[in-house]
Design a binder for this molecule. Structure first.
Ligand SMILES: *Cc1c(COP(=O)(O)O)cnc(C)c1O
Length: 428
């Protein structure tokens, strides 16, 4: 008999976890320990030499975090995962394994604002150069490639405007260039989109958002698709050259299709140190158990709220790929058939002042700088996250004076709409 492949909701509850072998505990315990006792001197030596898998020190690995790693890798359809302290840490570790000073990577210019800052400023200090491409003009990715290019990066659904990247087209460009394609799948989550099915070689996440889903923990995760042939490309010394720190082993020869996840752990996380607390891993694992239920409810709510907002007389435009007239509606149907996500933006006829008035008058919505919570969230970027920019820069970043961003939670749809209705009707 062939073994049944479990469905997504089953994996979300079970992947990577089993009852604790010593206590029988059914929920994954929080292994709140820094270090692990060696069985013998030989055991210690083989752990340090990467000949045996096992725990040494929680900066490099932890049993609670290991369940989280296996679960997200299973949901994404990858070979292995690595949990880290934040989404931004995941990005630093991935690029640390791919780039050397003087190298370049091509990135979609429609990204989470924090990633744009990280790539433009922090990465510059490391000698890594970002070359921006436009997801609305896929050939711009091809034009941005040079002999120094080592990777291509995009999001699946990009915040704030709900930009959906044609991942299969970008993946073809990456294949031709012989570089891995990295996709940030934070906004979609694997429930809505599986980038590996569309050609991604590496997936990164901010677990802080929908995967954890309850607005209580920062975390990040890297998934290795196992698809990239590091030995053939030979331009990635961390993967395909003997490592002096591990007795000259070549990671891709030793670890095959999960070598990238190993490199991120034993060469990047070990030395850079952005480890995830096992307590956060526990909270995020608990969140992931209900990911399919939460995403379903949030997407249904978002569709209804976006339609209601689009019909409101004070609203000039709505940008949500779930709406039939939206520029990305076709790509949404292809890449996110289960829903177009739970974040969208709209513009108020009354401009800046109307945006400030709306965020000041909501009661159910929380006015804050996050997305992906059980709670509905609202922000007026021009007066908060983007306030230091000029009006032209704000508009260029999709954060013009009139723009409001919503992240829709799992409350009752009628209550969410009623809150927007009363806040829009509030006197000036
Ligand atoms: C929040 C976010 C990040 C950064 O994640 P942190 O956990 O805040 O470090 C990266 N990409 C996207 C799309 C995000 O929304």
């Amino acid at each position: 008999m062939t073994e049944r492949i479990p469905g997504f909701a089953t994996l979300a509850v079970h992947a990577g976890a089993q009852p604790d072998p010593t206590t029988g505990a059914r929920a994954t315990p929080i292994y709140q320990t820094t270090s692990y006792v060696f069985e013998s001197v030989d055991h210690a030596a083989s752990l340090f030499g990467l000949q045996t898998f096992g725990n040494i020190y929680t900066r490099i690995g932890n049993p609670t975090n290991a369940v989280l790693e296996e679960r997200v890798a299973a949901l994404e359809g990858g070979t292995a995962g690595l949990a880290v302290a934040s989404g931004h840490a995941a990005q630093v570790l991935v690029f640390h394994c791919l780039l050397q000073p003087g190298d370049e990577f091509v990135a979609s210019k429609k990204l989470y604002g924090g990633s744009i800052n990280q790539f433009n400023h922090a990465f510059k200090n490391f000698g890594w150069k970002v070359v921006w491409a436009d997801p609305d003009d896929i050939s711009s990715f091809e034009r941005a490639i040079s002999p120094k290019t080592k990777a291509i990066f995009s999001e699946s659904i990009a915040n704030p405007g709900g930009v959906i990247t044609d991942m299969e087209a970008v993946a073809r460009i990456a294949r031709r260039a012989g570089v891995p394609y990295i996709v940030d799948n934070t906004l979609a989550t694997p429930y809505l989109c599986k980038p590996i099915d569309h050609g991604a070689d590496i997936v990164v996440h901010s677990l802080t958002k929908f995967l954890g889903g309850h607005g209580n923990s920062i975390g990040g995760l890297i998934v290795d698709a196992g698809t990239f042939n590091w030995s053939r490309e030979r331009r990635y010394p961390m993967l395909c050259e003997p490592r002096p720190e591990y007795h000259g082993i070549v990671l891709h020869e030793t670890f095959g299709n999960f070598a990238f996840a190993i490199a991120c752990r034993v060469l990047a996380l070990r030395d850079i140190g952005s480890a995830l607390s096992p307590f956060n891993a526990f909270l995020i694992l608990t969140g992931i158990e209900t990911l399919p239920l939460r995403m379903r409810k949030s997407c249904d709510n978002t569709q209804a709220v976006a339609e209601w907002v689009a019909a409101h007389p004070q609203v000039a435009w709505v940008s949500y790929p779930g709406l039939p007239g939206d520029r990305y509606h076709g790509l949404a149907k292809k890449y996110c058939p289960n829903g177009a996500g739970a974040v969208f933006t709209f513009g108020l006829n009354g401009g800046y002042d109307a945006g400030v008035r709306l965020v000041s008058n909501v009661k159910l919505f929380s006015h804050l700088a996050n997305i992906g919570d059980t709670r509905s969230l609202i922000i007026h970027p021009a007066s908060t996250t983007h306030r230091q920019l000029s009006d032209a820069q704000k508009t260029q970043a999709g954060a013009g004076p009139d723009v409001v961003r919503l992240s829709i939670g799992i409350e009752d749809q009628e209550d969410i709409i009623a809150d927007l209705e009363q806040a829009l009707a509030a006197p000036e």
